[in-house]
Design a protein around this ligand. Structure first.
Ligand SMILES: [Zn+2]
Length: 411
């Protein structure tokens, strides 16, 4: 286990020279600078750009690092994960490959209820221990910020345990953790099929309590025929608004319930999945500034056929992010580099869109773009340094990790 992040203080100033910088600054483009210098003071970036304009080192104790032409990008951001959960569903996967139907698997105690049971049975420490290898896999690929959702506890005590486990992960590794309350993920068995009563509990009890405990950075819901209706989601979002918390939505993944419009109406940070979103939904997102989070891992694992409306998103200027959706049921994926490759091969995103989608736009999808997501003065020194000659190599390769080193908040 690594030492506590709080134990190591960054040097006063660190200077990376001779880098191929893809800053992702300025709102569009890769922000490429050859032979660039990046100056970090404490945990923030003081300068990033051409060597000629770089400030003089503060003094003899400034640490100077020659990058040898390596590529610096912002640290990657995985803006949609269910990283904290109990157990896995490998056996269910095996049964499906042998021809079992979803109904047979559900009847045998599989599906989301299996994860709910395993999550409820685990202690907080147990959840942390199970999540750490998944987090480490992401971190090893240059991830410096990860979002973690609750939603497998589905009662106050177990949702608290999940969110507390997520917070604890951020104290055990040098990585930023953003927590999202996903109480409206599925109906727990004890609800007896009464979704409205459960939503009242989510919006009226769980969310206000957990928000008061400082465990919630954003609020999410699953709007789908197999989950919750738009009007039920709207009640959760109204509760979030009363607490001044931003919202996000699992929207239009399997059918078009107009989740994208619903998210936009509530000024959501992001609407995620979007395979079945139509042009009206895309227009609404563009007006609201809602980020489209594309999740190619779930698309791949479920062998979906309907692509998200990437061309419409481009035409209407909706920013696109890419994430792993790491979860045990539909996207057991712990590689953001592979998610980038899948977004390119399956959804035809460009290299620039894939890289922006895991840096600048992913930060926007989490509401933290002021602090991270690009390499520019004033932001956190969250950097990834790669043994590559061009950013396209990050998207092009399959199952290869060219990370040289990773900096989180200057460390
Ligand atoms: Zn998800």
């Amino acid at each position: 286990m690594q030492s506590s992040p709080k134990a190591s203080q960054p040097p006063r100033e660190r200077i990376w020279r001779n880098a191929l910088l893809a800053s992702m600054a300025g709102g569009t483009g890769l922000g490429m600078v050859e032979a660039a210098t990046v100056v970090v003071r404490g945990e923030r970036i003081a300068y990033a750009g051409p060597a000629a304009q770089a400030p003089e080192p503060l003094g003899p104790d400034s640490e100077v690092i020659d990058c040898g032409g390596r590529c610096i990008t912002p640290g990657l951001i995985d803006c949609h994960t269910h990283l904290v959960h109990g157990g896995n569903r490998a056996h269910e996967f095996e049964l499906r490959l042998q021809g079992a139907t979803y109904q047979q698997i559900a009847a045998a105690g599989g599906g989301i209820i299996a994860t709910l049971r395993a999550t409820r049975a685990a202690t907080q420490e147990g959840l942390v221990a199970q999540a750490l290898p998944r987090l480490d896999a992401l971190v090893a690929e240059g991830v410096t910020t990860v979002e973690v959702k609750s939603g497998y506890g589905l009662d106050l005590e177990n949702e608290r345990k999940m969110l507390s486990a997520a917070r604890q992960l951020g104290t055990l590794r040098h990585v930023g953790v953003r927590t999202t309350f996903l109480g409206a993920h599925a109906l727990p068995p004890e609800a007896g099929g009464d979704a409205d009563a459960f939503i009242a509990q989510v919006a009226g009890q769980m969310l206000p309590t957990l928000a008061a405990e400082g465990l919630v950075d954003a609020v999410d819901a699953f709007c789908e025929g197999i989950a919750f209706s738009p009007s039920q989601v709207a009640r959760v979002f109204a509760a979030a608004a009363r607490l001044d918390l931003p919202v996000k939505l699992h929207a239009d993944q399997l059918s078009n319930l107009h989740g994208a419009e619903l998210a936009a109406t509530h000024h959501a940070l992001s609407a995620d999945h979007l395979e079945h979103t139509d042009e009206a939904g895309v227009r609404a997102m563009a007006r609201a500034g809602t980020v489209a989070v594309l999740l190619p891992g779930a698309f791949y694992f479920l062998r979906e056929k309907t692509l998200p409306p990437v061309e419409l998103l481009r035409r209407h200027g909706v920013p696109m992010a890419v994430a792993t959706d790491c979860n045990p049921g539909t996207s057991p994926l712990t590689s953001l580099l592979l998610a980038m490759n899948m977004a390119a091969t399956q959804f035809r995103l460009t290299v620039e869109e894939c890289l922006a989608g895991t840096t600048r736009e992913a930060a926007r999808a989490l509401g933290i773009a002021r602090d991270t997501g690009s390499v520019e003065a004033g932001k956190y020194a969250d950097l990834a340094i790669w043994d590559i000659g061009s950013p396209s190599e990050l998207v092009y390769r399959i199952g290869f990790n060219p990370l040289h080193s990773r900096i989180w908040r200057g460390r």
